[in-house]
Write a protein that binds this ligand. Structure first.
Ligand code: SF4
Length: 423
């Protein structure tokens, strides 16, 4: 058994709803906590046969605010994974928490149970801004939580911060970056505010109080430069880490590795299949209880789609992409993509090193547009080599797009659980 998998558990409860939040999270739903807890435990137990062929090397409790669920319940869910799956002793086990929302004793309880990484939602250092966003903590709470976490034995801490917040300017952003760096976390995630429909902030989306695209770009490049000076290497568009502390779990998403989710709205990618569970906690609880289907969406990825994912996801990271690797895995050429990358290189958006291409920080900033162009170029290339008047070798390449050694979906979706994963 050498197949590795990451586990994600979605805990959707929050003390209150933040103004910018677009995640599936519920405020004021505490009465559902006991039923949800039983449902997740039951769901994991039912999935045990599917987990059997895998070594679990990362576990991630996200949300929501998992600490709002309680340390005791988190430990019991983790213990269920240990009982029903093969969790490696050195697995990276992360839990997202909010500052001020968890006591030192609870942190100790988590650490003793094997949790070894915390992801703390600090967001910014200005208390007035935190309050205006509906965050239920101050920056001093964040400092206290980091101190408690260290005392509880956590040696791997990640901190989330956001740029582009209402009324934020370069100076206040610089202060956030400096004060967060002073927390000496091993990892920092730095996200640009994205105002989505359905959030409380949406009605202010055209407000002059929100930094425009240029101001956001300026803040992003400032963070990349400053965090590098503090010893944080950028390894993904929004993620920075001290050497050796890159998030192993999130790398699975970006490198196209397998992961299995539990909880409402949780996504999974296993073998060649992508699926997600129903994003409704009451229906999730009910269906798990009755042994009914909880999958809301599923798709079997074609080889060509997987090749597109390779380009799209790996270009988010400093690993980048390589022509040789791409051909080895997908038996596809990427001449059109290379042509584009050379153009990006001239503009300072991409660089090539040791046969690999990756974006520069300026390229990361434009990555949505650039990756869109790259996928278009790849599709165009496929159309070209599918033409019968192409050379014989191009025709052979077209015929060899199937994986020779892809993981077998049947190894996962087999036995008595098959009927729970509809096509
Ligand atoms: S704590 Fe996180 S998940 Fe909960 S409402 Fe705020 S941003 Fe959303």
């Amino acid at each position: 058994m050498d197949k590795r998998v990451g586990i994600y558990v979605h805990i959707p409860f929050c003390a209150s709803k933040c103004a910018y939040c677009n995640f599936y999270s519920l405020a004021g739903a505490e009465k559902l906590i006991p039923q949800f807890h039983s449902a997740v435990l039951r769901h994991i137990k039912e999935y045990a046969p599917q987990l059997d062929g895998y070594l679990i090397d990362t576990v991630y409790f996200g949300g929501g605010t998992p600490n709002h669920f309680g340390a005791g319940r988190l430990v019991s869910v983790f213990n269920a994974l240990k009982r029903h799956g093969h969790v490696l002793l050195d697995a990276e086990v992360t839990v997202e928490i909010n500052p001020g929302g968890i006591a030192k004793e609870e942190l100790l309880k988590l650490r003793r149970a094997g949790f070894n990484r915390l992801s703390i939602g600090v967001q910014c250092s200005d208390d007035k801004t935190l309050k205006s966003l509906g965050r239920a903590h101050t920056f001093a709470d964040a400092e206290e939580t980091v101190k408690d976490a260290r005392q509880a034995g956590f040696e791997n801490i990640s901190v989330d911060i956001i740029y582009g917040l209402p009324s934020q300017d370069r100076d206040s952003w610089a202060e956030t970056v400096a004060r967060v760096a002073a927390l000496k976390a091993e990892h920092i995630s730095c996200y640009g505010l994205n105002i989505e429909e359905g959030t409380q902030l949406y009605m202010f989306k055209d407000s002059p109080f929100l930094p425009d695209d240029d101001a956001q770009a300026d803040m992003y490049l400032f963070a990349v430069e400053t965090l590098a000076r503090f010893g944080y290497r950028q390894y993904e568009i929004s993620n920075f880490a001290r050497r050796g502390f890159e998030s192993k779990h999130n790398m699975k998403y970006w490198l196209g590795d397998d992961y299995i989710g539990f909880g409402p709205g949780a996504h999974s990618y296993i073998g060649r299949c992508r699926y997600s569970f129903i994003e409704d906690i009451e229906k999730y609880i009910e269906r798990v209880k009755l042994g009914q289907v909880v999958v809301e969406y599923s798709e079997e990825m074609s080889d060509f789609e997987n090749a597109g994912e390779y380009l799209m996801l790996r270009l988010r990271t400093y690993h980048g992409i390589s022509e040789e690797e791409y051909y080895d895995i997908y038996r596809l050429k990427m001449d059109n993509v290379l042509e584009l990358l050379r153009k990006y290189e001239e503009n300072g958006w991409a660089i090539q090193k040791d046969g690999r291409w990756r974006f520069t920080p300026k390229g990361f900033m434009l990555s949505n547009t650039l990756i869109g162009e790259i996928l278009e170029a790849q599709t165009k290339q496929r159309t070209q080599i599918s033409k019968p008047w192409q050379t014989q070798s191009a025709v052979e390449d077209t015929q060899m797009t199937l994986f020779d050694n892809r993981p077998l979906a049947a190894g996962v979706y087999s036995g008595k659980r098959t009927e729970r994963i509809p096509n």
